[in-house]
Design a protein around this ligand. Structure first.
Ligand code: A5P
Length: 222
């Protein structure tokens, strides 16, 4: 927790009055949102999930609701979000919380994207390090699963013995990437499978900075 808190606070130090701020999803991003609440700045937040929206509102951040954001597409000054894995080229795996589709939309609309992680997230290679989440239309689960089999086995994400449903009313297939197509190509190739909404690889819109936190509270800025 100390490591996550340290990076969350570090990234929040870049937020200034008047900014439009992308708000990520996950335990690390949540610490940043709470911190932004404490700082009591005059900002507008763009939430990347329903959960984040609720938290941001509860700490007093002025929120642009998702639909309104999509209609008006205001430019976001800074997006602060976590990640599940980060490789040496700053390619990311996200989507452990199932929010990667909106997270990618927010990151793409942001002038700056600061990624906040603890040191356990750093890996030499993304392949095999963490399941890759693929958001799929519910009617396409079986066909996408068959297509994904070429890359690795996939599993429908469940929660409390029920199918996990995303904020966009879709399902998630988690697949373990075994073999080595370059992740940059894989991100695009997976999205070309009919029925796929988006996957948790972030290799195109990479972060502009990665803040890495350590258990003693030290932060490295990459
Ligand atoms: C949410 O879908 C993910 O992309 C999160 O950003 C990621 O899972 C990081 O979460 P933690 O900060 O809880 O590790």
């Amino acid at each position: 927790v100390k490591a996550k808190k340290a990076v969350a606070e570090k990234a929040c130090g870049y937020v200034k009055d008047g900014m439009v701020v992308g708000l990520g999803t996950g335990s690390t991003a949540e610490l940043a949102i709470k911190r932004l609440g404490e700082l009591d700045l005059d900002i507008q937040g763009i939430p990347s999930s329903v959960r984040t929206e609720g938290l941001a509102r509860s700490v007093g951040i002025d929120i642009v609701p998702w639909k309104e954001f999509l209609e008006k597409k205001p430019r976001i000054d800074l997006d602060i979000d976590g990640a599940d894995r980060v490789d040496p080229d700053w390619n990311l795996i996200k989507g452990g919380g199932g929010a990667h589709t909106r997270e990618k939309i927010v990151a793409n609309a942001s002038r700056l994207f600061y990624c906040i992680v603890d040191d356990s997230k750093l890996v030499k290679k993304l392949a095999g390090s963490f399941p890759i989440a693929v958001e799929v239309r519910p009617d396409s689960v079986d066909s996408v699963k068959r297509e994904l089999a070429g890359y690795g086995a996939s599993k429908l994400r469940m929660r409390d013995q029920k199918v996990f449903i995303t904020d966009n009313s879709n399902y998630i297939l988690d697949f373990s990437l075994s073999v080595g197509e370059p992740v940059e190509r894989l991100e695009v190739d997976i999205n070309e499978i009919p029925g796929v909404v988006d996957n948790g690889l972030f290799t195109r819109r990479k972060p502009d900075r990665v803040f890495v936190g350590y258990p003693d509270g030290r932060v490295d800025t990459l």
